[in-house]
Write a protein that binds this ligand. Structure first.
Ligand SMILES: C[S@@+](CC[C@H](N)C(=O)[O-])C[C@H]1O[C@@H](n2cnc3c(N)ncnc32)[C@H](O)[C@@H]1O
Length: 265
């Protein structure tokens, strides 16, 4: 991101997703399609008891906890934000699943695991926020065992990003540096992974952006009426970004896809 240090981008991103606003606008799952698409990704990754999954950029832990509950696999969630790690750990304990899921603070671009440790690695709606995607992709491939599966769920871009969607806020909202499907394929191939499936789920993004716009308008009203206690927000800026994102999604400039790849044996 021009003019901003990589660590600042990561810190801004994790602070935004740890905020009450993220919970208010997005709920527990910080990605299009919610846990229904997480379930689909879990199926594509063939998760089950005895398998070991790494969830990179795990947010507040909803997907990792859900997949451990649904599939009985062991899950480690790595997340940059300390507050999110604490929240995810508490949620796993409250759900009675802490024997299968744990969370660690860490950076996708510097994973603190030895090579070939995981049967599957997934990264939902976060790859496009990483400043150095090649390094992060290399880390995914490194910690995956030969024959293991990688699952990415992320925004996809067709054509140029409009200027109003190029700032830091749009970057951490996964828009400004979203890749085209071909660029995702090259990024994964570049680190030695073989892409075996691309599944478009554009409607999930359309729904999410529409819901967020509605919630933003409702929140502005409630804040004005002093009916909710949320930290201050530049509503005009947030609404302008949501409006531009809505238009770009409707124009077909952005979509959402699940992409899986295999690490050759
Ligand atoms: C859009 S949220 C997605 C969270 C989660 N995967 C989900 O789908 O609910 C993006 C997450 O990426 C995390 N993140 C950003 N940069 C990171 C990095 N370099 N390493 C680990 N996590 C990172 C943020 O803190 C945030 O929780």
């Amino acid at each position: 991101m021009a003019g901003v240090q990589d660590d600042e981008v990561k810190a801004c991103c994790s602070a935004a997703y740890a905020s009450d606003w993220a919970r208010h606008l997005l709920g527990e799952s910080f990605h299009p399609g919610g846990l229904a698409l997480t379930k689909r990704l879990g199926t594509l990754l063939d998760l089950g008891p005895g398998k070991r999954l790494l969830d990179v950029a795990a947010g507040c832990g909803a997907s990792a906890i859900f997949l451990a509950q649904q599939c009985g696999c062991e899950v480690i969630g790595v997340e940059y934000g300390h507050d999110l790690v604490r929240e995810a750990t508490r949620a796993a304990e409250a759900a009675g699943i802490a024997h299968l899921v744990r969370f660690e603070q860490g950076d996708a671009e510097r994973l603190a695991f030895a090579d070939d440790q995981f049967d599957a690695v997934m990264c939902e709606c976060a790859f496009c926020t990483f400043p150095n995607k090649k390094v992060a992709g290399g880390e995914f491939a490194r910690v995956l065992r030969p024959g293991g599966s990688m699952g990415l769920a992320d925004l996809t871009r067709s054509g140029e990003v409009p200027p109003e969607l190029q700032g830091l806020l749009a970057w951490i909202a996964c828009i400004a540096d979203a890749l085209s499907i071909d660029e995702y394929i090259y990024s994964l191939r570049d680190v030695g992974l073989t892409v075996d499936r691309i599944e478009p789920h554009d409607e999930a993004l359309t729904t999410l952006v529409h819901d967020m716009r509605t919630k933003l308008f409702a929140a502005e009203l409630l804040v004005k009426l002093k009916q909710v206690n949320l930290p201050s927000l530049d509503f005009e800026r947030a609404k302008a970004l949501a409006r531009a994102a809505d238009k770009a999604v409707k124009d077909g400039r952005f979509g959402y896809a699940l992409i899986t790849a295999i690490k050759p044996s």
